[in-house]
Design a protein around this ligand. Sequence first.
Ligand code: FAD
Ligand code: NAI
Length: 328
Amino acid sequence: MSTPIAIIGAGLAGLSAAHALHAAGLDIQLFEKSRGSGGRMGSKRSDIGVLDLGAQYFTVRDRRFADVVAQWRQRGWAAQWSPSLYNFSRGLLSHSPDEQERWVGTPRMSAITRGLLGDLPVRFACRIAEVFRGERHWHLQDAEGVTHGPFSHVLIATPAPQATALLAAAPKLAAAAASVQMEPTWAVALAFDTPLDTRVDGCFVQEGPLDWLARTRSRPGRETQPDTWVLHASSAWSRQHLDLPKDAVIEHLHGAFAELIGCAVPPSSFTLAHRWLYARPAQAHQWGALADADLGIYACGDWCLSGRVEGAWLSGQEAARRLLEHRQ
Ligand code: FAD
Ligand code: NAI
């Protein structure tokens, strides 16, 4: 058996790379700090069912991504979502239909990364704290002090701030990752026993604390009871209220929601708040992926491209391509 390749992070970028390397006949080993795959494209279990608190949907612009999304659809991992879209601007809620195709994982966002993971080897609940090189190979140390290895290459597929520390052995790559600022997002789920009397399925919000809101039951495969909504605060509001207690975040965002949704909003029967510290890169980049091919260390993630689901998948493909190219 060949020396495996370590991949840190089982979000879409890490799994995209894992798939490509596995398909090329290489051994890989994934490490993930959470208990499941998906990262920001994951789904959270709750008392009222599974909630998509991170990525809400994705769009497709790149031909290669279009091909893979068609495969996901065939496998039942993804479906088109055609919401009744609204826009809230200057105090007005208005219907805002468009022609854009939007996709979601089915029956939950994490179905896609779970499908991609399949039988690939992964260690969950394993936070990698350090990546270091011995004479010939790479080794990883986790937060419990356990060392993993040897590995022929290391591919880091975490958000940029977390990648910076893990890239210490490749200072140029570490400096590039350190230059990426990532913005936070507060996410809140609200559930109502009596369905809200509105046609809104999703709404882009241009002012106030909110940025986006969506009705869970409007998405394929999510006929939830009670009527559940996911609200996202804007980057600016989230940054300004980073350390606000969850109860206060829920109160603020519930209030903003009730003011703009245009129908009666009763007290919610369930609430949940989640803070995404590294939700989105402040700017898009055109790096594809970061590579020090001579050392055998790579980094990928949405922050290397568009800061969207599509960017994460493409970046994982690019990291794998560069690694395979250098091996030849
Ligand atoms: P991640 O999903 O962050 O994966 C990185 C993984 O690495 C995580 O699983 C993490 O746990 C793991 N990890 C980190 N550090 C370590 C470590 N030290 N050791 C081991 N594991 C580690 N995109 C869209 O296209 N459309 C949207 O509507 C949309 N909405 C969004 C809403 C929110 C609130 C958020 C947060 C994101 C949204 N996005 C959206 C962006 C999209 O989710 C991301 O672009 C994409 O999921 C990023 O994938 P990734 O693999 O690059 O990173
Ligand atoms: P998209 O093409 O649907 O939306 C891009 C942007 O165009 C929207 O943010 C919105 O401002 C505008 N827009 C699109 N359709 C509209 C309509 N019908 N009416 C009014 N405005 C409309 O999707 P794309 O480009 O794939 O972007 C993904 C979405 O994910 C964006 O909304 C983005 O803000 C969001 N996102 C959120 C993150 C977070 O942390 N909250 C992180 C990354 C992405």
